[in-house]
Ligand binder design. Structure first.
Ligand code: CP
Ligand code: NVA
Length: 328
């Protein structure tokens, strides 16, 4: 199709990624953190954005609806019981029909091929709102959060000055990680991943993440280990996500056993030798098992600004892909 889509962070050059983050930051500064952006622009006036969600969502749904509204458009939420999304009708038919009536599709699916198939046949931009492989809107918000928490004198022009930071991801190697790791590599941020044996980064994802380095001058490096303390050494930011992603509910017991010892706590951070001023991030929704309350609700925790940043990320993504048709 003619339209440019956002399937994953790998679709963006480092310059485009930092431009989206800068645009999100400047929208946020213009309006103010923690404020609903009433009528930011009229760039989507008269336009409908179809939001096709086959899974639950708090942040992605609310931020996308609020972002479309702020740009003057109409968000049309279509849950899994509302439309035929790969059930009872082909993705081809769905994509052709919906893209003939709307200006954008934002889709949350299981298999990544579902959102890729929607994009393939769509005449309008498709934005991945989480698939089993990627979560690009989350990564844009996460890098914005890091940019705010670690302001750098090295930042200039499109360079956000994040280079040299170290992220430690402790937990499951999942969709959120795959895009975050790609984003870190592109921004010059090192990322160390500690996952239990059998829950590490699949080879095809490792290739995608490390190949993101090819278009960057000083790419971040990816380290992988099964030992949380090793990943945490000298880390600026500790990050995790649920151990049981949507669709993996039947593996709950097996996973809780496998991830024992991977809960992020102050003791673990200390044992691992995180930097003194280390921060904590989590895309949410959060459960006690992957991070305790002491860390999650501490001043180190960036989780609520990170969640709010989903709104500014959604605004920047819609402006980049829908209003400006992928010219970022
Ligand atoms: N972080 C995130 O995508 O949250 P939701 O599943 O609530 O949208
Ligand atoms: N890894 C989680 C992220 C939810 C935002 C999931 O896929 O369920």
């Amino acid at each position: 199709s003619q339209a440019r889509h956002l399937m994953s962070i790998g679709d963006l050059t480092p310059n485009e990624l930092s431009t989206l983050i800068r645009n999100a930051a400047s929208r946020k500064h213009a309006i103010g953190a923690g404020r609903a952006p009433a009528s930011l622009t009229t760039s989507l006036t008269g336009k409908t954005v179809a939001m096709m969600f086959s899974k639950r969502s708090t942040r992605t749904r609310v931020s996308t609806e609020a972002a479309v509204t702020a740009l003057g458009g109409h968000p049309m939420f279509l849950g899994k019981d509302d439309i035929q999304l790969g059930v009872n009708e082909s993705l081809y038919d769905t994509s052709v029909v919906i893209s003939s009536m709307t200006s954008c599709m934002v889709a949350r699916v299981g298999p990544h091929s579902d959102v890729a198939n929607l994009a393939k046949h769509s005449s309008v931009p498709v934005i991945n709102a989480l698939s089993d492989d990627f979560h690009p809107l989350q990564t844009i918000a996460d890098l914005l959060t890091m940019h705010e928490a670690f302001p750098s004198s090295k930042a200039s022009g499109p360079d956000l000055g994040l280079g040299g930071l170290k992220v430690a991801w402790v937990g499951d190697s999942n969709n959120v990680l795959f895009d975050l790791a790609t984003g870190c590599v592109k921004m010059g941020v090192d990322i160390a991943v500690a996952s239990p044996e059998g829950y590490g980064i699949p080879e095809r994802m490792r290739k995608l993440i490390t190949s993101a380095a090819s278009d960057v001058g000083s790419p971040g490096k990816l380290y992988e280990t099964t030992i949380p303390e090793d990943a945490i050494k000298n880390a600026d930011i500790l990050v995790t996500d649920t151990w049981i992603s949507m669709g993996q509910e039947s593996e709950k017991k097996k996973r809780l056993d496998a991830f024992a010892g991977y809960q992020i706590t102050n003791e673990l951070a200390k044992r691992g030798g995180a930097k003194d001023g280390w921060k904590f991030m989590h895309c949410l929704p959060r459960h006690q098992e992957e991070v305790d309350d002491e860390v999650f609700y501490s001043p180190r925790s960036l989780v609520f600004p990170e969640a709010e940043n989903r709104l500014w990320a959604a605004i920047a993504a819609l402006e980049g892909f829908v209003v400006n048709k992928g010219q970022i």
